[in-house]
Structure formats: C-alpha cells, structure tokens
Design a protein around this ligand. Structure first.
Ligand code: PMP
Length: 360
C-alpha cells in the first residue's frame, strides 16, 4: 500500500486509522451481517451510529443544549438557500461579508429571497485579507449576519469572530470546522459540508439555535425547512447513511486524539512550518496578508506560471499530490486539514527547498 500526501481542498485526506476501521467493518458491521451501506436507516444499528455521531460532535464542539445538530444533504451550497429561506423571517433582509467565491455564491442565492447588504468585502485585492469588522457596520434590523469563517480558495480566515449583539450570526464553516476552537454560543447557525475536516462528501452538518427553527417562509420547500429535519431527527427521508457513519468514525478519532484543542495546536504548528518557509523563500511567496492567514488552506505562487506548472508536476511525481491552486487563483494551494500529518508538510517544504535550489 502506498499513501500519498494529498493536499486536496476537498474531498480531502482522511485519517488512515478511520479508513482502516471502515475497511475492517465494511462487509459485516459489528456482526450484524451487513454493511452500513446496506442497512435500513431505521434499524437499531444505524440509529445507534447517528446518535453516537451527534453525541460526539456535541462533545467535540461543546455544543450547548439549546442547539440542534442536523445531518443534511445538498452540500454547503444548499445551505446558501436554506439560510435565507428559514432566517429572513422579520425584516426580510440580511447583512453579508464578502470574503470570496463561496461568500459570493451565498450572497447571490440570498438575494433571491430578500434584501442583502454587503457590509464589508475584500474583493478589491482578490480576497487576500479579511476586512476589519466593527459592530457599527451592521444594519440594526438585519435578520442575520453571514460570514465564511475560512475561505478555502483564497486561504484566509477570521482572526476573531465578529460580535453581532442580538443579531444571529450565521457561519459557513465548511473548511475549518473542528480545526480550531469556536464558541458555538456566539453563532445562531453554523453549517459545513463534510468533505474537508469531517468525512466523505454527502453529508452536511447544520448546528442551529432552537429559537431560529420554525420561522421559514411559506414558499420554503419541505426538504429545505430546518424544522422538517429537527422534527424528523435528521431522518425525515433517507439520510446519507454511509457518510454519517464515516463522520462518526472521524469524531471518535478526534476525541481519542485530544479533541479540537489538540487539533488546533497541531494545525497551528503545521501551518507555521509552511508559512515560515514561504516568508523566507526567494522563489515562493504566500499570497495572503499575515493577519488573515488560514491554517487550513495555504495558497502560494512563484510569480511565474511555467515554474508553477513544473513545480506541481514534479511534486506529484514525489507523491505530494493535488497542489494545484484553484482555477480562479492559479499558483499552488496546500490544504492541510486535521488529517494531514506534520510529516506531509515537512516533506512538502523539503521538496520546495530542493526545487528552489535547482531552479534558482
Ligand atoms: N463553502 C466553502 C467555504 C467551501 O469551501 C465549499 C466547497 N469547497 C462550499 C461552501 C461548497 O460546498 P459544497 O460543495 O458542499 O456545496
């Protein structure tokens, strides 16, 4: 068996221990004679899997009791519509902060259902920073304020979560959930596609404060109403069973390995190795200003497209895979989620040093 260091932004590398456990349980889950893929979602085994996944996520994120945890489908992109449909319940307006391509998609979807005010943006410099946010930017009557905590494509993240007073804060946490400690009580709603820090694609997590449920617009399709999934305990229809099972294995793995504080410490150390090299290299440069740097996605460039191409090609041959930057940005991007070992970053930096010497 040969495992590459996979720097993909998502779907992304998963802990080997988790994959091996899933492999061991694949054809006969705990002696019940069938795979998780084959069992009824109403079976006691599967209900046990969902309940323990929820319990463990609550432990990992210290989710208060007045929040519901939902396992949904449709990816974070479906949340771009679900959020306004469910939360634009009073003034039918919301404030958004535009920090990249995913924020923009959330904004254009919300505009279909109400008034959207973009109160801050970093589009002026290709989203290479997080704007300073002060409370006076917010509209007092906004139904909610929406942020993207980590911008997967541009490699930025909020150094601090803005305070929004009584206005619910909604966060797309797709690319940094469980990578650092967040105080869930500061948010009205958190959502995240699973395919970065949680598991395979197919399940989307929503963590919603109870008082925000049950106020959806009349036009809201049943499947896009949070209330449907709260009442159905994420089993209104057939859930993405196997993806939930895999997410549950990842949650167990995280708990066994020190939880989110241990991940955050490791992630900060891992990111520092790469940023430190980038800040001293004469060939490679980080593209993001230092205050806004993500510890999950690190874009970098040489400034020469041909050299970038050669680097990606040679890195791939060394088993350092999926380093090509997003098509809208170019250059390279190393996504170093929880499951990327420190050795992967050390191997990348060693190769970058060698490449720099050879091509200086
Ligand atoms: N938001 C962010 C921050 C993302 O990184 C992504 C996907 N990479 C999305 C939303 C869209 O997620 P999905 O593909 O699950 O719809």
């Amino acid at each position: 068996m040969s495992r590459a260091y996979n720097f993909s932004a998502g779907p992304a590398t998963l802990p080997l221990e988790v994959l091996e456990k899933a492999q061991a349980e694949l054809v006969d889950y705990k002696g019940c004679g069938m795979s998780v893929m084959e069992m009824s979602h109403r079976s006691k085994e599967f209900i046990g899997i969902t309940e323990s996944a929820e319990k463990n996520l609550r432990l990992l994120m210290h989710i208060p009791d007045n929040y519901k945890v939902l396992f949904l489908q449709g990816g974070a992109s479906t949340q771009f519509a679900m959020v306004p449909l469910n939360l634009m319940s009073k003034s039918k307006s919301a404030d958004y902060i535009n920090t990249g391509a995913w924020s923009k998609k959330a904004i254009s979807e919300a505009k279909r259902y109400g008034t959207v005010k973009v109160v801050a943006s970093s589009e002026d410099t290709t989203f290479n920073y997080i704007p300073e946010i002060s409370t006076d930017l917010f509209s007092p009557d906004a139904d909610y304020i929406h942020i993207t905590t980590n911008n997967t494509i541009y490699g930025t993240c909020y150094p601090d979560i803005p305070s929004t007073g009584n206005i619910p804060l909604v966060a797309d946490m797709s690319s940094d959930i469980l990578s650092r400690e967040y105080d869930v009580s500061k948010f009205g709603l958190i959502y995240a596609g699973a395919q970065k820090n949680i598991g395979p694609a197919g399940v989307t997590i929503a963590i919603i404060r109870e008082d925000l449920v049950g106020k959806a617009m009349d036009i809201t399709p049943t499947m896009l109403n949070y209330q449907t999934h709260v009442e159905g305990e994420s089993m209104y229809n057939t859930p993405p069973c196997f993806a939930i099972y895999m997410a549950g294995l990842v949650f167990e793995y995280l708990l066994e390995n020190g939880g989110v504080p241990a991940m955050e410490k490791k992630n900060r150390e891992k990111a520092a190795i790469l940023y430190d090299f980038l800040d001293h290299s004469s060939m490679f440069k980080a593209t993001v200003e230092s205050r806004s740097r993500s510890i999950m996605n690190i874009p970098f460039v040489t400034g020469d497209e041909e050299l970038d191409g050669l680097f990606i090609k040679e890195a791939t041959a060394r088993n350092l895979k999926t380093l090509k930057g997003h098509r809208s940005v170019g250059g390279m991007r190393a996504s170093i989620y929880n499951a990327m070992p420190r050795e992967g970053i050390e191997a990348l930096v060693d190769f970058m040093k060698e490449f720099e010497q050879k091509n200086a």
